[in-house]
Design a protein around this ligand. Sequence first.
Ligand code: K1U
Ligand code: ZN
Length: 176
Amino acid sequence: MNGMALKSILLHPDPRLKAVATPVAEFDKDLRKLADDMLETMYDAPGIGLAAPQIGVGKRLLVMDCVKEESVKPRPMVLINPAVTWVSDTLATYEEGCLSIPDHYADVERPCEVDVTWTDLDGAAQTERFDGLWATCVQHEIDHLNGKLFIDYLKPLKRQMITRKMVKLKREKARA
Ligand code: K1U
Ligand code: ZN
């Protein structure tokens, strides 16, 4: 009855992916369930991150786990109301993907280190400096909370090409 549930992930273009999400105010068992469902959905996809708007929930909540090595213990993280408080001057380019834009990848340049503050599921304040893939992922996920997608960093022509292909994919999926 209370087990975790896989959620369906919205596909671009969708107005819910363009909306600015609302801060979380209630730290209750429903929030814990939402975070558990998001983690299960992320691992199942598979992905290294997932933001609540991607499952149609307009709240400032994201999950991530950028541990890729089988030999390293997973590190599931839940960040509620996250905010970037510092970014490095040094930038890094990473070929990003997005579960809402499957099979499309592109280089995006972002600060290579960031400090992020957030609230955890117990309502406690947390701060951490992220680097490498963790830094890329947390910025990508916080962008989702602000209605921004990685394709918004690309040249308009490339963005339009991806969007057209996604419209076609969604049309085909709706017909199937
Ligand atoms: O937000 C999302 O759509 C999830 C996205 C996160 C992300 C990927 C790459 C750079 C920045 C942020 C993904 O997880 S896409 C899938 C992916 O990257 C992956 C899947 C399986 C194994 C390893 C990576
Ligand atoms: Zn994404």
